[in-house]
Design a protein around this ligand. Structure first.
Ligand code: GAR
Length: 208
């Protein structure tokens, strides 16, 4: 029989810009003992993000790096980098973080930053992915958790889950159906990372 691997809890930090339901799904999975991790911080670019309230409720430190207060994207990212470094996180989870990260940040945390996107990548990158899916007439859509690279929603894919697109769907109905799957896909991807079960081979990610 193989000896059990000792589980060292990973430090994870979450970046979110808004409602934070995916952040909550990860926090809940950690609290339920499903992910060997400690959530050490929430970082948001938006002082009105409901995710801040969720962090407070869970006793997780929240840091606001308010994009609007910086004169340039470079200045914002400098402050964001300071906040990210201070988390000393093993993994950064982008859970509804609605900005594209610059190359400096992407390189510094390469291989240990993941993002959730509400479409089956590589289809429908960028904003309004659910609307793009409805307008395109696809019959199946879903969500993707991927490692972050310099492109927009282009990094190696870790987990995908799919849903049907129904004839009467509008953007909001499809988004609601996909969100249910997001709340399963993101905790699973974080769990696999924290258990050191992901092996990245170029564009492909194997689960061991
Ligand atoms: C989620 O649907 C997430 O996939 C999407 O924003 C929503 C955030 O919801 N992210 C993107 O579109 C990123 N390109 P939440 O704040 O309730 O987690």
């Amino acid at each position: 029989m193989e000896p059990e691997r000792p589980v060292h809890k990973k430090r994870i930090a979450v970046l979110a810009s808004g409602r934070g339901s995916n952040f909550q799904a990860v926090v809940d999975a950690i609290a339920a003992g499903e992910i060997p991790a400690i959530c050490v911080g929430l970082i948001t670019d938006n002082p009105r993000a409901y995710a801040i309230q969720r962090a407070e409720d869970a006793g997780i430190p929240a840091v606001v790096v308010d994009y609007a207060r910086f004169p340039s994207k470079a200045a914002y990212e400098e402050a964001l980098l300071v906040a990210m470094r201070s988390c000393r996180a093993d993994l950064f989870v982008l859970a509804g973080y609605m900005r594209i990260l610059g190359a400096g940040i992407v390189h510094e945390f390469s291989g240990r930053m993941m993002n959730i996107h509400p479409a089956l990548l590589p289809a429908f990158t960028g904003l309004h992915a659910q609307r793009q899916a409805v307008e395109c007439g696809v019959k199946v859509s879903g969500c993707t958790v991927h490692l972050v690279d310099e492109g927009m929603d282009t990094g190696p894919i870790v987990v995908q889950r799919c849903v049907p697109v129904l004839p009467d769907d509008d953007e909001s109905a499809l988004a609601d159906r996909i969100l249910v799957e997001e709340h399963k896909a993101l905790p699973l991807a974080v769990k696999l990372f924290c258990e050191e079960r992901l092996e990245v081979d170029g564009r492909r990610v194997w689960v061991r």
